[in-house]
Design a protein around this ligand. Sequence first.
Ligand SMILES: Nc1ncnc2c1ncn2[C@@H]1O[C@H](COP(=O)(O)OP(=O)(O)O)[C@@H](O)[C@H]1O
Ligand SMILES: [Mg+2]
Length: 296
Amino acid sequence: MFDRVADFVTEKIGMRFPSVPTKIEDTYLVDSTQVVERPKDWLWPTQTNDQVLDTLTARLKRSDEYPKPGQEYRGYSWDDRDFLFGEKLTRGAHNEIFIDRDKDQVAHLWRFTRDEKQLAQNQHQMEVYRDNAGKHSQFKFTREVPGGWVEPEIKNQGNLKEYLDRGGILTLTQVEKAIADLREMQQLTGEAHGDIVKNPIFVPDFNRDLMYKAFEAVEPYGFLNFENILVSPEGELILHDYAGNADPLATGGWQEPARHDVHHEHFMSNELKFFEEGLRTLVNKIEEAHSNQPGL
Ligand SMILES: Nc1ncnc2c1ncn2[C@@H]1O[C@H](COP(=O)(O)OP(=O)(O)O)[C@@H](O)[C@H]1O
Ligand SMILES: [Mg+2]
């Protein structure tokens, strides 16, 4: 449509349309050092999104405008984000997730925060994925971008709850693979996942009451944080969102600092223990449900 209008105008009126921009400074992303009118009708005509992101990164670093580690980058317009990262998948507490369905990539773009602890955690999570990619199949990483990071899309048939609620079966083989994976991921990173079990055992009574609803929701799912366990099309359990929580639920026992310290061996071993116990109850439950069904 636009091309035809452009051709028409060029032909009939002799008016020239601006030439296709080739440098990022000419295009859509905000450059506060060089405020330019944004072309409205056609954008990003010549560059791949990786090129745009590289140029943007270099420009922001050069002008000392690169966002603080773990902090939101406010320079993406909606159109920029569509082009660079695809459509919005979900909005979490600390990041928004975008999915580029052509490239099978998912972007985590951090949300604005003043919480220094959360800023550090955002950055740390990105580094855990970046630095361990290739060392374990559960860690994958594509690239850093201003205000976030990109990883390959995890194809899934839903999270653990969605999978089980639809009648999905959890076999011992699936469960043992997931337990081995968590153990290996802990060994590799030297820290616990931090947000994969929600077992109330080590939580003091007053807190247990306060969090009753949260525990009630996860109880049928082995006290596991099912949101961070995705099930691949082949049934593999993908332990996602590693190191994403700046305020991990206490699992280390009654004594500080182990209760909240994901690096502490007690925290790590308790997490693994609760994860293993939780998954095993799910296998048993399903076997019971099946053996209780008349006619089977
Ligand atoms: N790489 C990915 N592939 C597919 N879906 C993803 C991917 N990363 C995140 N998601 C989806 O987005 C949700 C939130 O992502 P997550 O990293 O857990 O963020 P949060 O910190 O907000 O919990 C996940 O539960 C999952 O449904
Ligand atoms: Mg999550």
